[in-house]
Design a protein around this ligand. Structure first.
Ligand SMILES: CSC[C@H]1O[C@H](OP(=O)(O)O)[C@H](O)[C@@H]1O
Ligand SMILES: Nc1ncnc2[nH]cnc12
Length: 293
């Protein structure tokens, strides 16, 4: 099968707020994927980017219909797994919790703190137990590719920072000033509402996952900068969406040519506690895409 007609992809992009499509994707075909966990946020768009087939999924759906708590995270990740995806580039708007991370900067975080409260964060259960390692929640090899891609893209505005901690809140409301200060005391650097449980679920499916975070605001802690509003964040995001797509293009080319090994690719092999033979047929069917063949 030529890459132009492939219905599978090695690399996926999950586009967050403000990134509902990729301008340079060619030969687009929309794929509806049903999963045992329901429907994904939207059709998945397969297409070619710099000669490589990629899968694009708008996290909040076209028209931004799903709140962070409502995003069907399990269906999204499971659907990408069934398309053969091994690398997910997650693109996200974030607030800055540090003076040196400024709107229009990009950040490739390496750590996460999960402060979400009402999200299902595992594919397991119903007689199947697995405990994947989340010590390094974002794939180090892919993150290194993202920072290199930023340098290759020659972005005129802002800077790129790495080794930062992303704190994920439930939302949809932004944080109070007291909460924002508390996250700073936790040594969090950036704040968002979506990358958990996405990163946990990706790890359970053995897909490498890394984040390109676009700084849009100073959240609510800053003594002189305006406290974040959706309008303010989206205006800054729109200024940076084209730049993000240039970085993604470089990253896709590097991932396709280098195919980096990821700690995620073998994550489930070390984590499954329940023998497959001990699982019910119903459970095995439900998580079949995850289980070793
Ligand atoms: C519109 S700003 C708040 C919104 O943006 C971020 O979403 P995403 O990670 O999908 O870019 C943040 O988590 C909130 O959902
Ligand atoms: N300050 C903020 N808090 C949570 N999510 C965000 N997304 C963009 N800015 C944000």
């Amino acid at each position: 099968m030529t890459s132009a007609t492939k219905q599978t992809a090695d690399i996926a992009i999950i586009g967050g707020s403000g990134l509902y499509q990729m301008a340079d994707l060619t030969n687009k075909r929309r794929v509806k994927v049903e999963t045992p966990f329901g429907e994904p946020s939207d059709d998945i768009v397969l297409g070619e980017l710099t000669g490589t087939t990629v899968a694009f999924l708008a996290r909040h759906g076209q028209g931004h219909k799903f709140m962070p708590s409502e995003v069907p995270y399990r269906a999204n990740i499971y659907a990408l797994k069934t398309l053969g995806v091994r690398y997910i580039i997650s693109v996200s708007a974030v607030g800055s919790l540090q003076e040196n991370l400024k709107p229009l900067d990009m950040v490739v975080p390496n750590q996460m703190i999960d402060m979400t409260k009402q999200r299902v964060s595992s594919f397991f259960g119903d007689g199947a137990v697995a405990h994947v390692s989340m010590a390094d929640p974002l794939c180090p090899a892919m993150s290194e590719v993202l920072t290199r891609s930023y340098d290759k893209a020659n972005i005129a505005d802002g800077r790129c920072h790495s080794k930062a901690t992303y704190v994920c809140i439930e939302g949809p409301q932004f944080s109070t000033r007291a909460e924002s200060q508390w996250y700073r005391q936790m040594n969090a650097d950036i704040i968002g509402m979506t990358n958990m449980p996405e990163a946990k679920l990706a790890r359970e499916t053995s897909i490498a996952y890394a984040t390109l975070a676009l700084v849009t605001d100073f959240d609510s802690w800053h003594p002189t900068e305006e406290a974040v509003s959706a309008d303010y964040a989206i205006q800054n995001l729109m200024k940076n969406a084209d730049n993000a797509q240039q970085v993604i293009k470089e990253a896709v080319a590097l991932l396709a040519s280098e195919q980096p090994k990821s700690i995620a690719h073998t994550a489930l092999a070390q984590a499954l506690v329940t023998p497959i033979e001990a699982m019910s047929d119903k459970t095995k069917t439900r998580i079949s895409a995850l289980l070793p063949k």
